[in-house]
Design a protein around this ligand. Structure first.
Ligand code: GUN
Length: 290
């Protein structure tokens, strides 16, 4: 039997409608419309598409989008000045500087310049630390989207073996933090799973991925995960977005659908969830600091 499709478009639509309702209630009770500032540097076409989609989703949820488009030649000082002005602006609840930044700009310095309370990406070391310590302020958007794609499709994580392919700061590492920790009042979305993170340096990787009840691929290598690497019936989450001959493909080979029990498609799986969780974080930022 082919795998169940974990439909991120459908779930994102449902959660965005819930967020739009919460925004209405927040404004009706005297709150200002939540504001998300996006900062886009240079002319990377993919980044332009991502930012446009983020801004559109923001407005559709009843929030305000504030946009700064800067030239690829912007200096580090000019970029830091823009971040400082957004930190000081009371109409801005969330700040998102789209990555990657052009060569010559110190990405780490820019991330550290964002006020942690407005860091809706949760990339600032203070927010990374709060997550690692078990009382997160915000959950990073893609890992948060993966978490909800599992839980809202009835895929429990407690006691399961989760194998994560990839150890990036944006996906692999924070996802491991979310899924391994104990759920508490401060961290209800924690997964209570047994988590293994595998990467380029892992020996005999398929023998580990085959143990996964839930396998999550976030390495950016097209169609890397093949059926031999998947335990029959496992849930497979594909975080990859790769362009191959003009077509979007994930990190999971299409044929995995005949081995897995559930698979998230690319496109239409994790992607729409990432933007949805950005909206959730922006609303949370507005509520915390209202
Ligand atoms: N580039 C790729 N993914 C992301 C993301 O989640 N946030 C930001 N700011 N840039 C990205």
């Amino acid at each position: 039997m082919p795998a169940i499709k974990l439909d991120g478009n459908l779930l994102a639509k449902t959660i965005r409608a819930e967020i739009a309702e919460q925004v209405k209630t927040f404004i009706a009770s005297g709150g200002k419309p939540p504001g998300l500032a996006t900062v886009l540097v240079g002319d990377d076409p993919a980044s332009h598409v991502y930012v446009r989609n983020k801004r559109k989703a923001c407005e559709q949820a009843g929030m305000v989008s504030i946009h700064h488009a800067l030239s690829a030649n912007v200096t580090q000082k000019e970029l830091l000045d823009v971040v400082a002005s957004l930190n000081a602006d009371p109409a801005v609840n969330g700040i998102l500087v789209q990555l990657p930044l052009p060569k010559g700009i110190d990405e780490e310095a820019v991330i550290r310049a964002i006020l942690p309370g407005k860091d809706v990406d949760a990339f600032h070391p203070e927010n990374v630390g709060l997550l690692a310590a078990g009382h997160p302020r915000f959950l990073p958007c893609t890992p948060y989207g993966v978490r909800l794609l599992l839980s809202r499709n009835g895929i429990a994580t407690a006691g399961k073996h989760v194998v994560i392919l990839g150890r990036s700061n944006i996906v692999g590492k924070p996802l491991a933090m979310i899924l391994m920790q104990k759920p508490t009042a401060a961290f209800p979305d924690a997964g209570d799973a047994t988590v293994t993170v595998v990467h380029r340096g892992t020996r005999d990787l398929p023998s580990i991925t085959r143990q996964a009840d839930i396998l999550i691929a976030a390495i950016g290598v097209p169609r890397f995960v093949t059926p031999e690497m998947v335990k029959p019936g496992a849930a497979v989450i594909d975080v990859g977005i790769n362009s191959v001959d003009g077509k979007l493909v994930g990190d999971v080979h299409e044929s995995v659908i005949d081995t897995a029990g559930a698979v998230s498609p690319v496109p239409g799986g994790v992607g729409p969830m990432t933007i949805t969780m950005l909206l959730q974080n922006t609303l949370a930022a507005a509520k915390i600091y209202a």
